[in-house]
Unconditional design. Structure first.
Length: 163
């Protein structure tokens, strides 16, 4: 059967956000933008359920991934550091956790305290990406790459520690 317009009664919006990547949950969204010009700049824009821009946070490079926590409190954003990409075997990213209620950077994953096999684990080549929040929004999972090895780590927002 074919549906006749209107297809459903849900609200629909057309806003001015143009996103390289976008995610929405818990009444908040995150849009990774590229303002292309003589010098391209990038940002993460936090927006509300009516697509109103609430906050904008500059990014260090081209947008890659983003994810909102289920409760809309946190945003995880990943960007390639300037001059790097997946086409390079040694690409570098910056992954930030943003407070979607204030628009502030909560922390950079480069500053996580990481443990492996119950011991401190740290290397100059740490590279994080792909944040996915737990259903309670207190923790998240992400990928950590070091010395060409990939690890799935779980980190706590409150302690900024990962295992």
């Amino acid at each position: 059967a074919f549906l006749e317009p209107p297809f459903d009664q849900a609200r629909q919006y057309a806003g001015d956000l143009v996103c390289e990547a976008v995610h929405f949950a818990g009444g908040r969204g995150v849009c990774l933008t590229a303002n292309r010009g003589a010098f391209t700049t990038y940002s993460a824009v936090i927006f509300d359920q009516d697509f109103r821009r609430l906050f904008s946070v500059p990014l260090a490079g081209a947008p890659s991934r983003c994810r909102m926590s289920p409760d809309g409190r946190w945003a995880g954003v990943t960007a390639f550091r300037s001059g790097h990409s997946y086409t390079s075997a040694d690409f570098t990213t910056q992954t930030l956790i943003l407070d979607a209620k204030t628009g502030q950077i909560l922390f950079d994953l480069e500053n996580l305290v990481v443990s492996k096999d119950r011991s401190a684990f740290r290397a100059a080549d740490f590279n994080f990406w792909g944040v996915t929040f737990t259903p309670d929004s207190r923790s998240f999972y992400c990928t950590l790459s070091s010395q060409r090895q990939h690890y799935l780590v779980k980190a706590e927002i409150a302690t900024r520690a990962a295992v």
